[in-house]
Unconditional design. Structure first.
Length: 697
């Protein structure tokens, strides 16, 4: 028996999307997983480890692909990985995973994989949805036709997993044969230079002719072959695909489990209906949004309280004042601003994973793709945009499913325009100050209409920016919606939980580092200032508190307000006051704009502090205090014009450290988050100014 595996081999999982690769990966590796990016790109490679006898196997779950000739960025990385023997993750062997119920379409890539001459075995998944006789018949036919080992399995009931491990342990791989023959003239030319491409099969060298973006040592010789044979990339791809399909099109019986197929077709008549489909989708996503908003509230409140208790404990336990405030208000608050998002991220991705597992997400993408394409987006963008109404952070992370780089980038760029739950405290406070709770027809609330109008403004802004980016950004490859509508099935709960866990850890580890650093910076700016001015501010506050006979809490609030005014954040607020004055904002609002960059909802607590009100003050008290607050010349600050301008600003401006951190991680560059800040802040400033000018007349 040939030995294909070293003592610590790398095995790659390859297959079409929705073939069950991830289920096989999770079943083999369990929790021993990690997520990284391919070098230089944001396409994820998921790797894990498992033991097999005395060998430690590294398992790589490559992105789903329909062909070795790519039509997406993900598929490019698959082709590049499998054509570079010197690459860090070039596999010693391949497990090709295919859905036995949709096998004919999935054998194209399998026949290409075999011609790479990488040791391969075929795993036919989801046999629980196939008839037993059909599965056994297919197994024998495929083994005879391709000359490769075939394992029947189902991760839903763990059927066949023992056999799969046994086949891996005994190295039952084979190079097989696909019955595809190269053009004789082309094959002759390739063989003439094959000695210069060590460890590459003839077919791998042919792929280098197709894909000049795959690194190789001697591209000049490949160019010469193209010229000698009048090589046509598209024509060769078409001819190859036709030849391969003709080679196995009669291999697979056309009838299998018709009850399952007709059941899915009957459901699709409703879920993909021209009118009912979108309505059902929005009802489902409404449930998802409400679940995130409602279910996450309890653990988020618990986390908030827990971090507050830690902060209080640190304040009392650490005697050194500056260290105490650093730990309590900087580090612990920074950690709190990271972990408080975990419930939202976890719940969102659990629900999205369930929809993906049962087969619904493919239908949603199909429903909206043609409409979203008009805005330079993708059918999958609808998921990110709607999820952004809960929180932009997990919504941006969900854009990873968009294969086209341009559409993915546009989706990431415009998602923060959607009004997230963090804006709700700001909206509620400011709308309550200027809009009366009047009802029309007994059920239409005027404040509710204003609230809806702010959400609508964000949606319109997102679509307008999408159209502009569609024409500005250039992309060499055209987007095609290529997806398979899988049969409806029960979710695999292991996949659901592991997917949610991976997304949570990705946020905590990668985005969390940036959030922590910026949170400490903002704490420093808000807590410190020129020492002389800080001392004077404290003395003045204490004197004023004595004159007004304030209690201890009100005194502390007044001191905090006075010191904040002369802190570095206060200096920033007064420095930017000339720039924000045309919008009707004063330096106090300027401080809130600066501090709320940590999170939009911080606006409320900042305005409470600067107006000598604790964060636990009653909402009506804060509204009254803000309405009664005056500027330097004694005029009200929060006029209707100023308040509406502030609302418009908060709808459009980028003011969230977490979102910036995630955009930086997803784009692997500071270019896009900084451009995002510039564009969104510019739009927010201009429209807020226009609102103030119009309403102030």
């Amino acid at each position: 028996m040939n030995s294909y595996l070293s003592s610590n081999p790398t095995i790659a999982l390859v297959g079409n999307p929705n073939s069950g690769k991830t289920s096989i990966f999770n079943a083999l590796t369990g929790l021993n997983q990690q997520v990284g990016n391919f070098p230089g790109v944001t396409v994820e490679k998921i790797s894990g480890h498992f033991s097999l006898g005395n060998k430690k196997i590294r398992l790589i779950d490559l992105p789903g692909s329909y062909s070795i000739h790519p039509t997406s960025f993900d598929e490019r990385e698959v082709a590049k990985t499998l054509c570079q023997p010197n690459a860090e993750i070039y596999p010693d062997a391949i497990i090709y995973v295919a859905d036995i119920n949709n096998l004919e379409r999935q054998l194209l890539l399998f026949s290409q994989i075999i011609d790479l001459k990488i040791p391969t075995l075929l795993c036919l998944n989801m046999i629980d949805l196939a008839e037993d006789t059909f599965a056994k018949n297919i197994k024998k036919k495929v083994e005879d036709h391709f000359g490769t080992t075939v394992i029947l399995c189902s991760t839903r009931n763990s059927n066949g997993l023992t056999e799969l491990r046994e086949a891996l342990k005994n190295e039952k791989f084979s190079t097989g044969y696909s019955h595809y023959e190269l053009n004789k003239e082309l094959e002759k030319e390739i063989l003439s230079i094959s000695k210069n491409f060590q460890n590459l099969s003839t077919y791998q060298i042919k792929l280098l002719l197709h894909h000049d973006w795959i690194p190789n040592a001697i591209p000049e010789e490949l160019d010469q072959i193209k010229q000698k044979t009048a090589f046509s990339d598209i024509l060769e791809q078409v001819e190859e695909t036709k030849a391969r399909i003709q080679g196995f099109q009669n291999l697979i019986p056309t009838k299998n489990n018709t009850n399952q197929s007709s059941k899915s077709e009957n459901i699709d008549r409703i879920l993909t209906h021209k009118w009912f489909g979108p309505l059902i989708f929005f009802l489902i996503m409404g449930f998802v949004f409400q679940s995130i908003f409602a279910w996450a509230a309890y653990p988020m409140d618990w986390i908030d309280g827990l971090m507050g208790s830690f902060g209080n404990w640190a304040s009392e336990a650490i005697s050194t004042p500056w260290l105490s405030t650093l730990v309590a208000d900087g580090i612990i608050a920074g950690i709190g601003s990271v972990v408080i998002f975990i419930p939202q991220i976890f719940i969102l991705f659990v629900l999205l994973s369930i929809l993906e597992e049962i087969g619904y997400m493919s239908r949603a993408v199909y429903l909206f793709d043609s409409w979203m394409q008009k805005f330079g987006l993708n059918g999958r963008s609808i998921i990110a945009l709607i999820s952004g109404s809960a929180c932009a952070i997990p919504a941006i992370m969900s854009a990873r499913t968009i294969k086209n780089p341009k559409e993915r980038l546009i989706t990431i760029f415009v998602t923060p325009f959607m009004s997230c739950s963090a804006r709700i405290p700001v909206y509620v406070l400011l709308i309550g100050m200027i809009v009366e709770p009047v009802y029309y027809f007994g059920f239409i609330n005027l404040q509710g209409l204003a609230f809806f109008g702010l959400y609508l403004l964000g949606i319109v802004a997102a679509l307008l920016v999408s159209i502009i980016l569609k024409w500005i950004l250039k992309e060499s490859s055209k987007s095609y919606l290529v997806l398979e509508l899988p049969s409806y099935k029960n979710p695999n709960w292991t996949n659901v939980l592991l997917s949610a866990k991976e997304k949570v850890m990705s946020f905590v580890i990668d985005a969390g580092k940036i959030i922590m650093i910026l949170s400490v910076v903002i704490w420093f700016l808000s807590s410190y200032g020129p020492q002389e001015k800080m001392d004077i501010a404290q003395q003045e506050a204490q004197q004023e508190a004595m004159e007004k006979n304030l209690n201890e809490q009100d005194t502390d609030n007044l001191i905090a307000s006075k010191k904040l005014e002369v802190s570095y954040a206060g200096i920033v607020g007064k420095t930017i006051e000339p720039a924000i004055k045309p919008l009707g904002f004063d330096w106090k609002i300027g401080i809130a704009l600066v501090t709320s960059f940590a999170a939009r909802e911080v606006f409320v607590s900042t305005m409470a502090t600067i107006n000598s009100i604790g964060e636990d003050a009653e909402e009506n008290t804060l509204k009254t205090k803000l309405l009664n607050s005056k500027n330097s010349i004694g005029k009200p600050i929060f006029t209707p014009a100023t308040t509406w301008a502030l609302l418009v600003f908060y709808v459009l401006a980028m003011q969230c450290i977490g979102t910036l951190a995630v955009v930086k991680r997803e784009t692997q560059s500071w270019k896009w988050p900084l451009l995002q800040v510039a564009v969104m802040t510019g739009m927010a400033y201009f429209l807020a100014w226009a609102t103030f000018v119009i309403l102030n007349k």
